[in-house]
Design a protein around this ligand. Sequence first.
Ligand SMILES: *Cc1c(COP(=O)(O)O)cnc(C)c1O
Length: 384
Amino acid sequence: MPFSDLQRDLEGFASLGLLRQRHMLQSPQSPHINVDGKSYLSFCSNDYLGLANHPQLIAELQHGAAKYGVGAGAAHLVSGHTQIHHELEAALADFVGKPAALLFSTGYMANLGVVQALVGREDTVFADKLNHASLNDAMLLSRANVQRYRHNDIKHLAQLLEKTGKGRKLIITDAVFSMDGVLAPLPGLLALCERHDAWLLVDDAHGFGVLGEGGRGTLSHSGIASPRIVYMATLGKAAGVSGAFVAAEQVVIDTLVNHAHSYVYTTATPPALAGAVLASMQLMEQGDGLRAHLQRLIAQLRSGFHELPWKLMPSNTAIQPMLVGDNRQALDLSEGLRERGIWVAAIRPPTVPAGTARLRITLSAAHRAGDVTRLIEALHELAR
Ligand SMILES: *Cc1c(COP(=O)(O)O)cnc(C)c1O
């Protein structure tokens, strides 16, 4: 039979508790979702500000579709680059304090494109061991030499930089680590870049909209700025829509327009989405109330864990993973919560290192205090 070895692989995967399955939502993304015919209280979206189902953004998208149609119909370099895409790029650059910005269809594609366009065979990429899969794939695609440093370990990175000679040097890191909620030591990384004439690519998928003044992200939160920093953030998480952008010096953006394959060889995102992101930026900038509420929920959850047998990982962001360790146990806990009407995804290897399976609890400004209370109570029941 063709594919019988694939079947065997999947069965092996399943026996390790690693098989992945999709569940079907029958409702918009929000703290209350319908899945497979039942309603659940959900703690596993990246919709950190609760904008994915916001009435103003829905209206803006409808308006945009009426105005621009549905599909962009071509790549940006052919005839798919519209005025609204351009306005959004200018607004994003301005928002994060960079000279220029470029839109990508997804964050995954943005990372592939940036790394592939900026470095090649003669160059070296230095990558945190816990970086997002898209950054890991990006460095392989670029064909650069790869040096992975221990998670957030500036000393280890410094040693690797000392040993590296010729070629461009690009340090790449998540700003907020997606499965831990922990921040990268960005000021220390930037100082190393300056000492070694390296560039710093910061992936702020989980900080943009959530951290920093007006939700400007982790650079603003960390109080750093430098032309050496190439800033990337996604628009499908806190911004609630879809896509991603890279903000940097003009020469970097021009290089991406010319050389980033995932920008050049793909259809532009629908212009109506760009209009929705512009509206979302206003909500984000005026979202101090949402962010303050999110911080209160984080504090409530963390204090609620004091009497539980599990520990939350040390995070002050909306990502609050509960460390379990064993794959099966993580799945059983996720299942136990599900039986109690609560949806929290179990995250297992290879998404996280072996032996660190976890429940990745994420909070959103759309949650209420009572939702967090319900989660803590359900965990108490499971602990008994
Ligand atoms: C989600 C995510 C991405 C990918 O962004 P998409 O727009 O979902 O493709 C990239 N980097 C990190 C750290 C992420 O969490």
